[in-house]
Ligand binder design. Structure first.
Ligand code: B12
Ligand code: SF4
Ligand code: SF4
Length: 375
């Protein structure tokens, strides 16, 4: 690193450093940022409304009783600047809403990633790990470039007490779509966010210009959401979102929502797949986030016949493991019920006797649904 940063770092310098580290885009914003109080109030109202469902980690508070995600300086009082990065996982692979083989399911795009390991073998990759490593490299490069070497810094990808979309907006990286996602005008919304907080006052004094809202009168995402999770105020009731139901919610699923779950077995891409900004978006060449072809439109029977050992082997290192073996089977049972395919009956009948209650309940519901749809 030859560039020598002084006490103020331009957005362009940060961008170059981040792009050299493998990110697609980056911005920097001083803390607290201009919209932090407003974003915090929105977050608090969302929690208050119960829209987070059983994701209690979002409700963590400090000793004074303040929600940690209300503002960056609540959990990290030393933080003076946030470097926010984007990594694109947009590929030219089909979308969930395209024509697909009968009896296939859908695994959300974010979970398709793979990379080639040191032995030259293609392995599943998890964006949390890939980008955590990248953000650590970015931190090391920043330390090399700055005259002041002793400063606090901490990087996060998804899992910390950080309101990442709000920070990305504040850093001028995109607007908050009606589908709730951060949309970058060129990269679209199939982007992962990461944040590096530092204790340095290196952000330009002037706050970044916010990207204008380009949703206009469009409401394709709201109309396409099959479970009615998207609310008009650029917010969602996560308890109705298929991503929540298939990944985060470990118990028995609410039967009223199951027809809407359709064939989604892990996460959901519908509100992003219908978005015109993703049709124009640049396709990524990120070698660590390449799609694994076998995860596109997977056959439900093939997934349903996996043993637990095979599940662990197939999805080791992939975010799919978060659903758990029985959780994935539960989701496959729902998709089988929605498939209209009589061939799934024997497996569903076996699962309807399972010890695991969520799986048993999903299989029972699916058998009833198949009977109705085959009449
Ligand atoms: C909890 C969570 C979920 C929950 C709840 C989602 C939700 N919409 O809140 C569930 C499990 C449903 C979920 C689903 C998904 N998630 Co998620 N999730 C998170 C997590 C951990 C926290 C999000 C959160 O705080 N939600 C609470 C609500 C209130 O906040 P919010 O939608 O983020 O919106 C805030 C701002 O955007 C702002 N805002 C938005 N528009 C506007 C407009 C104005 C005028 C103002 C003032 C403010 C404003 O207001 C909100 C409050 O501050 C973040 C990681 C993180 N630490 O931030 C990832 C994250 C949001 N998820 C991500 C992804 C990829 C997904 C899925 C696409 C995965 C999938 N394919 O299934 C779906 C997308 C569903 C959707 N349409 O949002 C990415 C999003 C990337 C992007 N481009 O936006 C993140 C950032 C993870 C990452 N590091 O990349 N997720
Ligand atoms: S991810 Fe799916 S269920 Fe969730 S809001 Fe988008 S379309 Fe609706
Ligand atoms: S589908 Fe339309 S309304 Fe929804 S996020 Fe995209 S542009 Fe905005």
């Amino acid at each position: 690193m030859t560039e020598d940063f002084s006490h103020s770092v331009s957005t362009e310098q940060i961008r170059r450093l981040a792009v050299d580290t493998g990110f697609a885009e980056a911005g920097i914003v001083g803390l607290p940022h201009a919209n932090e109080a407003l974003d915090g109030a929105r977050f608090a109202a969302w929690i208050e409304a119960g829209h987070a469902g059983s994701m209690h980690y979002l409700e963590r508070r400090n000793e004074q009783g303040e929600l940690l995600r209300l503002a960056a300086q609540i959990p990290f009082p030393w933080a003076r600047s946030a470097i926010v990065t984007l990594a694109s996982y947009n590929s030219d692979a089909p979308h969930s809403i395209d024509a697909h083989p009968e009896g296939s399911g859908w695994i959300a795009r974010y979970a398709w990633s793979s990379r080639v390991d040191a032995q030259g073998l293609r392995r599943p990759s998890d964006y949390h790990k890939v980008l955590k490593k990248r953000i650590e490299t970015l931190e090391a490069r920043l330390r090399d470039a700055l005259p002041e070497k002793t400063f606090e810094a901490r990087g996060f990808v998804d899992t910390g007490p950080v309101n990442e979309r709000a920070l990305a907006r504040a850093a001028g990286l995109g607007w908050g779509g009606k589908n709730c996602c951060l949309i970058h005008p060129k990269l679209g919304s199939f982007v992962f966010l990461s944040v590096l907080f530092t204790s340095l006052e290196i952000a330009p004094k002037q706050q970044p210009t916010l990207v204008a809202d380009h949703c206009g009168r469009c409401r394709r995402c709201i109309d396409a959401c099959p479970t009615g999770a998207l609310l008009d105020a650029r917010s969602m009731d996560a308890r109705r979102c298929i991503a929540y139901l298939t990944i985060e919610h470990k118990g028995v699923l609410d039967e009223a929502l199951l027809p809407g779950v359709g064939r989604q077995i892990l996460g959901c891409d519908i509100c992003q797949d219908v978005c015109p900004w993703n049709r124009k978006a640049v396709v990524t060449h990120d070698a660590d986030l390449r799609p694994r072809a076998e995860l596109l439109n997977p056959d439900l029977d093939a997934l349903g016949s996996l043993t637990e050992t095979e599940f662990e082997k197939k999805f080791n290192g992939s975010p799919i493991r978060r659903a758990g073996y029985l959780g994935l089977l539960r989701n496959v049972a729902v998709a089988m019920g929605n498939s209209g395919q009589a061939r799934f009956r024997p497996r569903l009948e076996a699962w309807a006797q399972a010890e695991n209650e969520p799986l048993r309940a999903a299989a029972g519901w699916a058998l009833g649904r198949l009977t109705l749809s085959l009449k």
